[in-house]
Design a protein around this ligand. Structure first.
Ligand code: HAM
Length: 415
């Protein structure tokens, strides 16, 4: 027997209602905020991610699903959406046609991680990218959009943590200061952070190792690294969040693991998720569009991990039963032929209907109708055929009556 690939999940019909609800709520909110959907391929040139996420990021170092890794035109399954969407924005000249673009996406992402609770190799993002503005109120809109989505998903108890990494110059200064200050502590850092010290000391800030966290908590370098312009931008973001009464914590250790971030970064966590506690995350990436060959425009976005949303949502209570299903039971060959026409007729009129394809007995068919939560059962047998009627059973009231074929649709509508 074949088994699914490690770190992937089948989403079975009984779970799909929750997925559909999350997607429906997301689409409704995106449309309220005037974000338009974009769909990009699941595979991209690997170089796009190398350039965008940074050679030293964990994703590029060890999590990419690569085809022809040795070749110069190597492709990768997308590990995230931002780089692909910026690539598409530039390639399709959206900067010239649309200008400022508010985009959203829903779809699978792939990372070769060690699977555990809330950490998969194929997982799903619901995300947004607003490209073409450096306005701090756009950062506020993005964070408030994420906050509103969580409320609509019936999730509470989450924390929004924000920070500013500053512009490229500020970031470089912070990295230099971190190296300078950590130089004397190098032996006390975990082996990973000793590598990060050379490659990208920013990543030491959010290392989970206790010894590293202690050293980080005593660092002075994290403070006062913002230039006046970035300081003002960050103040405006905080003021905007305050005005909307969005609760947040400032976390000066929040660095995010991807190189493209500049300025505001944020993460939304939930204790109930355990070790992998980020429900979603995002931030500004003001240099990425230019770096990938596009215009010099600011951008900001975020993504939720759908599997993690599903681990804690209380959406069950808000999922309504599917459409009123009509279940047709036919007895005998003639009735079956007549039944096929009737089913076709019902479906043409927009009425959800189904029948038995397993040659079940009347009793077993009734049980099946019950299992399917059918609202009505229709029965056609020799008797009904002779009288040109259908037996209609209301599964809620239990009432059963014969109805003339020509009046059936009308009766079902009234019911
Ligand atoms: P990220 O933090 O790498 O950001 O991913 C966003 C969210 O995806 C995480 O907070 C988490 O909920 C979920 N996630 C990540 N990896 C996994 C995994 N292996 N299994 C299950 N869920 C996972 C980004 O990808 C950025 N592109 C977000 C962004 C958009 N920044 C700006 N625009």
């Amino acid at each position: 027997m074949y088994k699914k690939v490690t770190g992937t999940k089948d989403i079975l019909p009984e779970e799909i209602l929750k997925w559909q609800k999350i997607e429906e709520i997301s689409r409704n909110i995106f449309s309220l905020y005037n974000y338009k959907e974009i769909r990009t391929p699941l595979i991209e040139e690997a170089a796009l991610f190398n350039r965008s996420l940074g050679q030293t990021s964990e994703i590029i170092q060890k999590q990419m699903f690569l085809f022809n890794p040795a070749s110069t035109d190597s492709c990768a399954l997308r590990p995230e959406g931002t780089a692909s969407i910026v690539r598409s924005y530039i390639e399709n000249n959206l900067d010239k046609t649309t200008g400022f673009a508010k985009l959203y996406y829903i779809g699978p992402m792939f990372r070769l991680e060690r699977p555990q609770k809330g950490r998969l190799r194929q997982f799903h993002h619901i995300g947004t990218e607003a490209i073409g503005s450096t306005d701090p109120s756009l950062d506020v809109e993005i964070i408030s959009l994420a906050d509103n989505m969580l409320k609509e998903f019936s999730i509470d108890g989450y924390k929004i943590k924000i920070n500013s990494l500053g512009c490229a110059k500020d970031k470089k200064e912070l990295i230099d200061n971190l190296r300078e200050e950590l130089k004397t502590e190098l032996n006390k850092l975990c082996p990973d952070c000793q590598v990060r010290f050379e490659a990208n000391p920013l990543r030491i800030l959010d290392c989970k190792n206790e010894a590293c966290q202690k050293i980080v908590s005593e660092l002075k370098a994290k403070k006062n690294c913002l230039c006046p312009e970035c300081e003002t931008h960050f103040s405006k973001v905080k003021e905007g969040l305050d005005a909307l009464k969005i609760a947040y914590e400032i976390n000066p250790y929040l660095a995010r693991g991807l190189d493209y971030y500049t300025g505001t970064v944020f993460e939304i966590t939930h204790e109930a998720l355990g070790a992998q506690d980020a429900l979603g995350a995002g931030g500004r990436y003001n240099n990425l569009v230019k770096e990938l060959g596009g215009p010099d425009v600011g951008a900001v976005g975020f993504a939720f991990g759908v599997e993690r949303l599903l681990l804690i949502t209380e959406l069950e209570n808000r999922i309504t039963a599917s459409k009123n299903l009509i279940y047709l039971i036919t007895l005998g060959l003639e009735a079956k032929k007549e039944g096929l026409k009737l089913l076709n007729n019902l479906r043409e009129k927009g009425m959800a209907s189904d029948t038995d394809y397993e040659n079940k007995s009347l009793k077993a068919s009734m049980r099946k109708a019950n299992d399917l939560n059918a609202r009505f059962v229709l029965i056609i047998g020799d008797d009904e055929l002779k009288k040109d009627v259908v037996t209609l059973k209301d599964m809620v009231s239990g009432e059963q009556k014969e109805i003339k074929q020509e009046n059936l649709i009308e009766s079902l509508k009234i019911c």
